[in-house]
Design a protein around this ligand. Structure first.
Ligand SMILES: [Zn+2]
Length: 645
């Protein structure tokens, strides 16, 4: 858009005075509209403004132009049998919209239900969909993660967008998609088409989102531009200069501070577990991991990303100038601003071809410590596990690949054991969640404090329960055995496929079979699967017999008649899944199993004996969750290995 065109697009709204206070906003918008309309009539460009109160007397769609009158919406809802007569009267009794806001927002707050048997709740989205249908326009929910705010804000000024209650949400070479909550207010369409030389595609979105995101997008875009202007956007050509720019001055730039704060809060809102900030040749990319899947959130100029990375490194007390070596750091902050719950963020940097890549792992204590049910334990499994972890001594292993939820299970377990009478100590790498009830030690290879050294030191501290982050060498395995033999309960993790393989792994690490038998008391194997979104999951017919038989082998059970499939809605960001749960395979050592281990049996023999004693494989645990409608067969097959491999 050239300068002149931009000035034109801004012109009508500039005549208005915008009161920033929220309570005044609607009134101002109305005033702005009248003023604009008057201006247009004068210049012969636009239709006269609608008179809301009178338009309502004619419940014909075509008769409505201009801003949506509350009366019109209410009457149309009654005509469509969406609202009862008595509810309608209640709304109309409260008065005109100029005092209360957009009709859709007003109605949504009253929590009406349809008068028919469905008793459907007339919430913001439902009413917005209804309005879209009335206007013959597509409905759209604005997903801020999919809007390139730096581009859309160039389409029109903030004042123009606010003045017409519209917000551009996508720009392609031929088209501008503009969200509106005033579908009968059309005078801006031609203007924007002329200025942008693109077709305007209107979609209807809810008024609350439009107002909120208009403020946020324009503010953020301004911050990014502000940060770019202060020199941060220099190309990566001059490394030395960048190192200098990357010092505290730039990272403390108010714009950068704001963008970083916003991204962090946004990640908490979206339940993200990780934030990736990846410098590329032309753009910096910000991605969130939500329920195990990465979503691209924003693209920012490389210089801005550099400033953001520096800012975060500052917060994490890392060496800001050092950019060629990987570094670690930690930030404690609060989700939802001051007064919110405390959240810990682990930072790590890595030099890449186009600059420093930063990954932030978010450890939300509320998410890290969970109940057994939330972890995916059935009642029976929770009972067995509770008994196991209350034994005075022995080794309990939690096994699974990285990202299978081992840490969450261990922390949740240790938190239960750590009381005034019980000393729980850990040796970890890294300490993923700092907790006041635990005595935690960080492994430091630099000063030769490995897992085994840490464990040795710990033993002199009279612990009752010990957690060793991971058993990955013979020395650590031997120390763990020693600790268990001297009356301690030892928890640790292994990277093995299933519970039975852990026995083989310990033997491989050099622990004699008789010592495995003497110390190991149980192994928990686990995996994470995504759980179906309860708001949108749909019933479908069950799987065929063969597929089901393979899933639950060596157990037998008839396939369920119905299962649930993912659909996708607003709650779940259209993925059909919301949150994750664990698949649990719990091996408890028995006399029969010890006999098998003692004589060096095959792995499969061990698995089958365990199954005879009641061990349910990861896939059986998953099958149960499929039957319960918690997850899907696809998720279980993806996450869990077959019983025999
Ligand atoms: Zn959903």
């Amino acid at each position: 858009m050239n300068q002149r065109a931009r000035a034109e697009a801004t012109a009508p709204a500039q005549q208005t005075t915008h009161d920033p206070s929220e309570s005044q906003k609607e009134r101002t918008e109305h005033a702005a509209h009248s003023q604009r309309a008057a201006h247009r009539s004068h210049s012969g460009q636009a239709k006269p403004p609608a008179k809301p109160a009178q338009a309502a007397a004619q419940p014909v769609q075509a008769a409505v132009t201009g801003r949506l009158p509350l009366v019109y919406v209410v009457r149309q809802l009654v005509v469509d049998h969406w609202l009862s007569k008595s509810d309608a009267d209640r709304v109309l009794a409260i008065g005109d919209r100029e005092r209360y806001g957009h009709p859709i927002a007003v109605l949504a707050e009253m929590n009406f239900r349809t008068p028919d048997a469905h008793r459907r709740l007339l919430d913001l989205e439902t009413l917005t969909q209804w309005l879209a249908e009335k206007a013959g326009l597509p409905y759209q929910h604005i997903d801020p993660l999919r809007v390139d705010f730096t581009r859309v804000v160039d389409v029109m000024s903030s004042a123009y967008a606010t003045g017409y209650s519209i917000l551009p949400i996508a720009v392609t070479p031929a088209e501008v998609v503009v969200a509106t909550c005033e579908p009968f207010l059309e005078e801006w369409v031609r203007e924007i088409e002329q200025i942008s030389k693109k077709t305007v595609k209107r979609v209807v979105a809810n008024p609350v989102d439009i107002a909120r995101y208009t403020t946020e997008f324009y503010k953020l875009a301004q911050q990014v531009k502000g940060a770019s202007k202060t020199g941060a956007a220099n190309p990566l050509s001059n490394f030395e200069q960048l190192v200098e720019l990357g010092s505290k001055v730039e990272a403390n730039d108010a714009h950068v501070i704001h963008i970083v704060d916003w991204i962090l809060q946004y990640a908490f809102d979206q339940r993200a577990s990780d934030i990736h900030m990846e410098p590329k040749r032309d753009q910096g990319v910000v991605r969130f991991r939500i329920d195990g899947v990465l979503h691209q959130v924003y693209q920012v100029p490389p210089g801005v990303m550099h400033a953001m990375t520096s800012r975060i490194k500052l917060l994490g007390r890392m060496d800001v100038v050092e950019r060629r070596r990987p570094q670690d750091g930690r930030i404690k902050t609060r989700a939802g601003g001051a007064g919110g719950r405390e959240v810990e963020i682990r930072l790590s940097t890595l030099p890449t071809a186009f600059g420093e890549k930063l990954v932030m792992r978010i450890f939300d204590p509320e998410v890290v410590v969970r109940s057994y049910a939330e972890l995916g334990f059935s009642d029976g499994e929770a009972k067995i596990w509770s008994e196991l972890i209350r034994r005075p001594s022995g080794i309990v292993l939690v096994t699974g690949p990285t990202g299978s939820g081992k840490t969450t299970t261990l922390y949740s377990t240790l938190k239960q054991l750590a009381t005034d009478e019980v000393n729980v100590s850990t040796v970890e790498d890294p300490i993923e969640m700092v907790d006041g009830t635990l005595n935690q030690m960080q492994v430091q290879p630099g000063i030769e404090l490995g897992f085994a050294d840490g464990l040795r030191a710990l033993m002199r501290q009279d612990p009752d329960v010990i957690m060793v982050g991971e058993v990955r060498d013979r020395e650590t395995a031997e120390m763990a055995v020693q600790a268990a033999l001297t009356g301690h309960l030892v928890f640790s993790t292994l990277h093995t496929n299933d519970a039975a393989s852990s026995v083989a792994r310990l033997v491989e690490l050099g622990v004699p079979r008789y010592l495995v038998n003497a110390t190991l008391i149980g192994v928990l194997a686990q995996r994470l699967v995504r759980t179906l979104c309860p708001s949108c999951k749909a019933e479908q017919s069950g799987p065929d017999e063969t597929m089901w038989r393979d899933l639950v082998a060596p157990w037998r059970s008839p396939p369920p008649h119905t299962v649930y499939a993912p659909v996708g809605c607003l709650e779940c960001r259209r993925t059909g899944y919301l949150g994750r749960t664990g698949l649990i395979e719990l091996l408890v050592m028995s006399d029969a199993i010890r006999v098998l281990i003692g004589r060096g049996c095959e792995l499969q023999e061990l698995r089958e004996q365990a199954a005879r004693e009641g061990l349910r494989s990861l896939r059986v645990s998953g099958a149960e969750k499929v039957v319960l409608g918690v997850t899907t067969i696809d998720e279980v097959l993806r996450a869990a290995p077959p019983f025999a491999d």
